[in-house]
Design a protein around this ligand. Structure first.
Ligand SMILES: CC(C)(COP(=O)(O)OP(=O)(O)OC[C@H]1O[C@@H](n2cnc3c(N)ncnc32)[C@H](O)[C@@H]1OP(=O)(O)O)[C@@H](O)C(=O)NCCC(=O)NCCS
Length: 176
């Protein structure tokens, strides 16, 4: 099934799907998970008329909020279903070097464990290589086995493990 996965730029056409993706992701998070607030805020933002302009500006690197960098988000789609999302941050700030790196991703809970994250990352790395990048940084919690396996399956080289804000994190480089 993963062979039919395509990366598409966000479009209003699939807004309902995108909201469903976020609501299902939020519902799967434990009640004390600190990421919940971000998802709740993002669901509200997604419904605002300027949401797609905001994504476009991020993609072009214009009108960015302080501390934010140019970022391109793609939806991983199988047919008309959004199975995941993946983003590429075009530059590394001090904050991103410690947490987040160049690439972040998530797969909708009911589609996890089917190889979609591995495939989304493979496809994004091809796009990033075409943009001229030679290497990208990926970070994840040491306890996030699914995430570091996704990175290692895409030739991620473990640079180091380090405790950041009390959490043991892994830092990987992928050469393009
Ligand atoms: C991390 C995440 C994106 C992985 O997505 P996925 O589509 O399930 O991943 P894949 O199916 O491509 O699997 C990649 C590898 O992880 C393994 N894996 C998947 N889910 C797993 C789990 N819950 N526990 C342990 N390993 C897991 C797979 O078996 C596979 O390894 P294998 O080929 O050696 O068997 C997904 O779990 C997710 O969205 N998590 C929440 C958001 C997140 O953590 N994002 C990353 C932040 S750094």
């Amino acid at each position: 099934m993963k062979q039919s996965l395509k990366l598409v730029l966000p479009s209003k056409k699939y807004l309902k799907e995108w909201i469903a993706f976020q609501k299902e992701t939020l519902a799967a998070l434990p009640i004390d998970n600190p990421d919940r607030a971000g998802y709740e805020k993002h669901i509200v933002s997604s419904l605002k008329p300027r949401y797609f302009k905001w994504l476009r500006d991020d993609r072009l690197g214009i009108n960015l909020e302080k501390g934010m960098v140019q970022q391109t988000i793609w939806w991983g789609m199988v047919g008309t279903k959004i199975v995941g999302r993946i983003s590429f941050r075009h530059k590394l700030t001090k904050t991103l070097r410690e947490h987040g790196g160049n690439i972040g991703y998530a797969v909708r809970p009911k589609f996890q464990g089917k190889g979609y994250a591995t495939e989304m990352l493979r496809l994004v790395l091809k796009k990033v290589a075409k943009l001229g990048y030679k290497k990208v940084l990926l970070t994840c919690d040491d306890s996030n086995t699914a995430s570091w396996k996704t990175i290692e399956k895409n030739k991620g080289i473990l640079d180091r493990k380090e405790v950041i804000d009390g959490t043991l994190s892994r830092f990987y480089w992928i050469k393009l």
